[in-house]
Ligand binder design. Sequence first.
Ligand SMILES: *Cc1c(COP(=O)(O)O)cnc(C)c1O
Length: 351
Amino acid sequence: MSKKIADLRSDTLTKPSEEMRRFMSEAVVGDDVYGEDPTVNSLEERVAELFGHEAALFCPTGSLANQLAIRMLVAPGEELLTETNSHIVRAELGAGAAFSGITTRTWLSPRGELKADDALNIAKPDSGPYLVSTKAIAVENTHNFGGGTIQSIVEIKKLHQECQTLGISMHLDGARIWNAHIATGVALKEYGKYFDTLSVCLSKGLGAPIGSLMISTSDRISKARQWRKRYGGGMRQVGIMAAAGHYALENNLKLLKTDHVRAKVIAEAIASVAPSVIDPKTVETNIVGLDLSSMKITAFELAAQLKEHGILTGPLGSKYLRLVTHYDLDESDINLVKQVLPEVLKRALVA
Ligand SMILES: *Cc1c(COP(=O)(O)O)cnc(C)c1O
């Protein structure tokens, strides 16, 4: 038997469970380009309703859901503002510029935490004939590269209020909004209220193999549906995949709580030997981002050492190592990390 691996590189690595696969195999399907896949249609209705919006659009990826959404809010040559380390500007290969002619400016914020004023300070709507006009602001919740940071509903509300006055739209990159909802108890509808468009992922901690949705008004969703087809994202009997989304919402949403507890436990074990590397208080959801800047060891070296012990982690920068908890990990994986990681760090400290 091959050695058991504890894979904490990402929550995208979750594999569909036996039960999810069975549920998928029984899905009633039709041609979704004709709008005739009942399982897709019911998932779109369900998710729109969850966030208190009119309509939703099933997409193969979160990047596509984000890109369709911002395309609906910002015309070519106009501007989208977002945080410097957000997925939309760092991890979608410049799609906003390449596909939609969208220009961006960013503000930098520790741990990606939203402060409404940071966005408002650089917002320039109606800039006239010489300067680019801000049309939309994107907020990422939870913030991935920030370390699973939850955005304050107070700051979101404040930003929304100001944006309404300024005529600026708001987009939520809610790939992990589920984690924010489970951790805070803030209703999904409450999050939905402040955004013109949203994207949500079913393929992260919720464990579906594929699937994201863009959420907005019926009008924007029907326009986005055309653009999805134009981009080559019109799918046929994709109810098999939408069924995984139904299953995930029904059964896996509540499991995120365990991921959060485990991330905290890992952070506490690390902080007990190397407090400069992580403050457990900042671990709010399922992501543990280690800051190795006070240590000699690089993230790549640390990841290599952990790999020898059967632990996979994500070195996302020379001094930043990411660990993500998810439902394919069991108690023995967490115990292994809790035991090995502090040992390895201790050795690195004296080296
Ligand atoms: C994963 C993720 C997405 C979407 O990624 P895809 O791989 O395109 O599905 C979008 N935003 C954030 C913050 C993410 O973590």
